[in-house]
Design a protein around this ligand. Structure first.
Ligand code: GTP
Ligand code: MG
Length: 170
């Protein structure tokens, strides 16, 4: 039969990686070139139908600026899923993503579904992080990996859909 699932989802990642842009694309189908840096966190919700279930995502889009780091546990605590975002044109953002994965592995909810998003894949000419490197890292750490573009919408719905499929059916 049909199941309704509520799932808290958190986005984490470096400043400017594209967390808000991915959410805006997923929730409103929009993209803006001059997205403002998030202050604290922002909340959104969006419902997705997958196979036998309707998943209502309760999405916390966190701020990447370091001064907000101490707030993050409020948003990932109790979360069923996390998307850790980096920018494929920025090696430092990939290193920051790995730190978030470590923090979630140490302090997050043990059954959390984790996705690694290599965002801005539309900027291929400026690539600094190889897809193979990220894929290997993701596999070794129990995440699934997709390269995304909030600008072109590439793999944006897919990453949320894939999370929805992996959520435990209570
Ligand atoms: P904080 O809120 O500061 O942590 O940043 P954020 O991770 O939410 O990044 P945000 O979505 O604000 O995006 C930062 C900048 O990157 C904005 O100017 C976006 O327009 C741009 N951007 C985001 N996603 C993409 C993308 O897929 N492709 C391109 N070309 N630009 C993107
Ligand atoms: Mg933001």
């Amino acid at each position: 039969g049909n199941k309704n699932i509520n799932a808290k989802l958190v986005l984490l990642g470096d400043v400017g990686a594209g967390k808000s842009s991915l959410v805006l694309r997923f929730v409103k189908g929009q993209f803006v070139e001059f997205q403002e840096s998030t202050i604290g966190a922002a909340f959104f919700s969006q419902t997705l139908a997958v196979n036998d279930a309707t998943v209502k995502f309760e999405i916390w889009d966190t701020a990447g600026q370091e001064r907000y780091h101490s707030l993050a546990p409020m948003y990932y605590r109790g979360a069923a899923a996390a998307i850790i975002v980096y920018d494929i044109t920025n090696q430092a953002s990939f290193e920051r993503a790995k730190k978030w994965v470590q923090e979630l592995q140490a302090q997050g909810n043990p059954g959390m579904v984790m996705a690694l998003a290599g965002n801005k894949v539309d900027l291929l000419d400026a690539r600094k992080v190889a897809a193979e490197e990220a894929q290997t890292y993701a596999q070794e750490n129990g995440l699934f990996f997709k390269e995304t573009s909030a600008k072109t919408a590439s793999n944006v719905n897919e990453i949320f859909y894939e999370i929805a499929k992996r959520l435990p059916r209570v």
